[in-house]
Design a protein around this ligand. Structure first.
Ligand code: NAD
Length: 288
């Protein structure tokens, strides 16, 4: 029987630690503020934005909400981001993705100051991660790393296999595991013999975006299996990229869906907001 890695409990622990830290900062007269921008009223985005605001409230971070109509122009959005970049009261800026099709997502990501890029998507943040400098780390892979570490598993010297090479999950996940001295392989849609490569893994992170694709035949006995995927199956039940029923008896530890990686993403966003204080101080230091 595998150890179940409880993302709900670990994320709560992280949020409680952050709450204390934010209270300490408040005593020093420092308030953290996150600006959250949503363009249009996509129902899933509205739920995500709502959850982020709720988490801010719980921790004591002030959230400023900008709900813009679907027809907002790219220019108007860039203008708002520019204003928030220059506003010293605002520590973090988050634009809920996806943005409507008439807006260039990459341009928006690049417009957010790397000092306030709490989603960690800006090329400067990605670059900082790859050369080991202070910067924001993309929230989902940062959450996976926290799950592994806080569950007591060491990464150093371990065979780590990541399935998926997206800019927001797979690639930063690989960089993070490398930073922790894992021996990292990143697999993707053109990888040959995926099953054999996965079978080598002591730590297997699955972000393939295909419901229940990874069954026990991909998993080494005793491996730590982290399932980043989130889908609804034919019965409208949430499931991951891992076939949990098949893998759980083989794995040493496994994350469930829901209740695994999902709750960690917002916790790490909150962590990035709190860390903005140090990242901004580091940037100021570099500038002077
Ligand atoms: P994506 O679609 O951008 O990337 C999927 C990756 O899997 C690609 O790099 C592709 O090369 C690879 N891939 C596709 N088919 C493959 C195959 N047959 N064999 C090997 N590799 C293959 O997805 P993403 O944005 O990285 O997200 C991955 C999953 O994680 C999705 O299920 C998504 O819903 C979920 N997700 C969850 C959270 C969270 O907070 N829990 C956050 C982001 C993404």
């Amino acid at each position: 029987m595998a150890q179940i890695i409880d993302g709900k409990q670990i994320s709560k622990q992280i949020k409680d630690e952050l709450k204390e830290k934010v209270a300490e900062l408040k005593e020093q007269g420092i308030e953290i503020c996150l600006a959250v921008i949503q363009v249009g009223d996509d129902p899933a985005s509205t739920v995500y934005v709502g959850n982020k605001k709720k988490a801010c409230e719980y921790i004591g971070i002030r959230s400023e909400s900008y709900e813009l109509p679907e027809e907002t122009t790219e220019e108007a959005l860039l203008d708002l981001i520019g204003r928030l970049n220059g506003d010293d009261r605002v520590n973090g800026i988050l634009v809920q993705l996806p943005v409507p099709e008439h807006i260039d997502e990459d341009k928006i990501i690049r417009a957010i100051s790397p000092k306030k890029d709490v989603d960690g998507f800006h090329p400067m943040s990605v670059g900082a991660l790859s050369i080991g400098q202070p910067g924001y780390v993309s929230c989902t892979p940062a959450g996976v790393l926290a799950l592994i570490r806080r569950s007591g598993f060491s990464i150093e010297g371990k065979e780590c296999v990541v399935i998926g090479r997206s800019n927001i999950v797979g690639k930063p996940m690989g960089m993070l595991l490398l930073r922790e001295n894992g021996t990292v392989t990143i697999c993707h849609s053109k990888t040959k013999n995926l099953r054999d490569v996965c079978k080598r893994a002591d730590i297997l992170v699955v972000a393939v975006g295909k419901p229940k694709m990874i069954d026990a035949s991909y998993v080494k006995e005793g491996a730590v299996v982290i399932d980043v995927g989130i889908h609804r199956d034919a019965n409208n039940k949430l499931c991951g990229d891992v076939d949990y029923a098949s893998v759980e008896p083989v794995a040493g530890a496994i994350t469930p869906v829901p209740g695994g990686v999902g709750p960690m993403t917002i916790a790490m966003l909150m962590k990035n907001c709190v860390e903005s204080i140090q990242i901004q101080a580091f940037a100021k230091d570099q500038e002077s």
